[in-house]
Design a protein around this ligand. Structure first.
Ligand SMILES: Nc1nc2c(ncn2[C@@H]2O[C@H](COP(=O)(O)OP(=O)(O)OP(=O)(O)O)[C@@H](O)[C@H]2O)c(=O)[nH]1
Length: 373
């Protein structure tokens, strides 16, 4: 996987949650729980005042739909619907409170609750658009056009303070939200980097031994469920010490990298090539029987034999010996690895640059071997 695909990007930030972060549905449900009694309270007051026939039923309707929105989410899920409905409802509610001058115009102060909530529960772009639109709407409401249409009861000094204070709050919320998003992104990237480092070998970027064992265990659990066999290749570079001694450790490292690259190219996407240690590699071949594993082993051996490494003006070639083993009914992963190791040992002792397959017969290990040529 490439770096960009592995590390979280700003556009996908809301898909990730870090520990301790308040989940958006929880915030929405908490706000709904607070807003519903408040709306009922103000609906009752509006009904008692009796002057305006729309406000009381409308506030009641907002309370009912808000509560239903949370109920639907709790029963059925659908977090996007939950969030979008909530944003639509609170936007509608705040517009109504402003233009209808509810509570003698004092309800307009509730607009200050809008920016922090909208920035937290939506993407940054939605927050900016909603706040800029809201502020433009407020300026329009306090302009001569708004006076003509809605006759807001606010004094000139209140209007000025309201617009400036709301603009200040929106800008502050934007800056704090950006800072929160940046911290979240860097935390997620750090976690992704640490996770990658814990599972991969730094020289080759292949899975490391720990990750290979974890994948082996996963494959073993799958085998217990579906009985589809899997195989392993244990690969060791031949006479590698001589390369280090003759060309130096840097050349040795280049060879280890080149073998890793060849392994990745020669294997299927579902296979896991791993650095098992030093100049040894393990390839996990999921859902692969003995015959297929044998063929893969030979293909890998030939590919590595054909590959070259240029180092200090020299062209280096290496060969590998490979032990192949396929999991048998009733066998453990440890025993499978032991058989692959025994087959590798036989390949080395038969002259290197060859593949040996472990076939247990009567609790013993026999093998077929060859170069596949
Ligand atoms: N450059 C380099 N060398 C390493 C690394 N890890 C292990 N080695 C060297 O790999 C060599 C392994 O040598 P041996 O185990 O004796 O085996 P060999 O020379 O490959 O011989 P056979 O396995 O019998 O074919 C040792 O000299 C280690 O120092 C590494 O990360 N980089």
């Amino acid at each position: 996987m490439n770096e960009t695909a592995r590390r979280p990007q700003p556009a996908t930030l809301s898909r990730f949650r870090i520990r301790g972060e308040l989940p958006v549905p929880t915030l929405i449900n908490g706000l709904t729980l607070t807003a519903v009694p408040l709306l009922l309270f103000f609906a009752l007051r509006a009904a008692r005042a009796g002057a305006d026939p729309i406000t009381a039923p409308l506030l009641l309707a907002f309370a009912v739909v808000l509560a239903l929105n949370s109920l639907v989410y709790l029963l059925l899920g659908y977090p996007t619907l939950h969030r979008r409905t909530f944003i639509t409802l609170i936007t509608g509610l705040f517009v109504y409170l402003a233009v209808q001058a509810v509570e003698d115009g004092s309800a307009i102060i509730w607009l200050f609750a809008y920016p922090p909530v909208i920035f937290y529960i939506s993407e940054a772009r939605t927050g900016i658009t909603a706040c800029a639109g809201g502020l433009a709407g407020l300026i329009l409401l306090f302009s001569p056009v708004g006076d003509l249409l809605f006759q807001p009861p606010h004094s000139a000094s209140f209007r000025l303070s309201m617009v400036l204070a709301l603009a200040f709050e929106m800008a502050t919320c934007y800056v704090l939200d950006q800072s929160r998003r940046r911290s979240k992104l860097s935390l997620l990237r750090l976690a992704a980097d640490l996770d990658h480092a814990a599972k991969h070998d730094s020289l080759t970027q292949l899975a490391n031994r720990r990750e290979a064992l974890a994948q082996l265990d996963g494959e073993y659990q799958r085998f217990l469920r579906n009985r589809r066999p899997f195989s392993v290749l244990l690969i060791d570079i031949d006479l590698f010490k001589a390369i280090n001694d003759r060309y130096g450790h840097h050349a040795g490292d280049q060879v280890i990298r080149q073998v890793a690259r060849t392994l990745q190219q020669a294997c299927r996407k579902v296979d896991t090539p791993a650095r098992w240690g030093g100049e040894e590699y393990l390839v996990l071949l999921p859902e692969t029987n003995a015959g297929e594993a044998w063929q893969t082993g030979n293909r890998v051996r030939a590919a590595i034999e054909a590959a070259t490494v240029e180092e200090g003006g020299q062209v280096l070639r290496v060969t590998v010996s490979i032990g192949v083993a396929t999991l048998l009914e009733g066998e453990s992963v440890d025993r499978l690895l032991q058989r692959a190791d025994e087959a590798l040992y036989l390949a080395k002792h038969a002259g290197r640059n060859q593949v040996h397959e472990s076939t247990p017969v009567a609790n013993d290990v026999t093998s077929r071997s060859g170069t596949g040529d």
